[in-house]
Design a binder for this molecule. Structure first.
Ligand SMILES: CC(C)(COP(=O)(O)OP(=O)(O)OC[C@H]1O[C@@H](n2cnc3c(N)ncnc32)[C@H](O)[C@@H]1OP(=O)(O)O)[C@@H](O)C(=O)NCCC(=O)NCCS
Length: 162
């Protein structure tokens, strides 16, 4: 079960900017910040820029060009030495038929989040976990787990044995 909470919305048919979670200017500024940081060649400068959003980014995290959620970036934690693969999407919000939920995402230390993976709001990924490319992480992943697929399930890797 994901750890999410529902946000009250004013009407049934609304855009992202009508939600009461954050002011539209906050969302736009963080969107621009992430767009600027996306292809930054220096990982340490990129970490510094992304930290300006309130995201807790550990030491030596390698953040490839990916999509970070501008609505509540402060709810994301990336553990030391983790690798955030190309084109991954880390969400702290989800909207379905005009209803919205918010949840924090914690990615432990030394995690590999494979390219094009999607992490839904409210999940924790344990230390040393490997998430194969193109996975959907829709529940907590334990320490040292190796998972892949949609939704992500345990897989046995040939390359990385332990
Ligand atoms: C996780 C990964 C490293 C595994 O490599 P590997 O050990 O050579 O894995 P294999 O191809 O031998 O596959 C082992 C098993 O896992 C499964 N598997 C591998 N990748 C998978 C994926 N992305 N989704 C679902 N299942 C996957 C295979 O089907 C196989 O299952 P089987 O034993 O039932 O046949 C690789 O699949 C991967 O995702 N690489 C991308 C890493 C990445 O994006 N890094 C960050 C950006 S550089």
């Amino acid at each position: 079960m994901r750890n999410v909470r529902e946000v009250k919305t004013p009407t049934k048919y609304v855009t992202i900017f009508h939600y009461t979670e954050k002011h539209p200017i906050y969302i736009i500024l963080h969107g621009l910040l992430f767009a600027f940081a996306k292809y930054f060649p220096s990982f340490s400068a990129k970490r510094g820029l992304i930290r300006l959003s309130g995201m807790k980014v550990g030491e030596h995290v390698m953040i490839s060009p990916c999509i970070l959620d501008p609505i509540r970036p402060d709810l994301v934690e990336l553990g030391d030495y983790s690798i955030i693969g190309w084109d991954t999407l880390i969400l702290t919000h989800e909207i379905v038929r005009g209803r919205m939920r918010i949840g924090s995402v914690k990615i432990g230390k030394n995690v590999t989040l494979g390219a094009r993976s999607i992490v839904l709001p409210g999940v924790k990924i344990g230390d040393n976990a490997i998430i194969a490319a193109g996975s959907l992480v829709n529940k907590d992943i334990p320490n040292n787990a190796k998972v892949g697929g949609i939704p992500a399930k345990k897989i046995r890797l040939k390359w990385i044995k332990n």
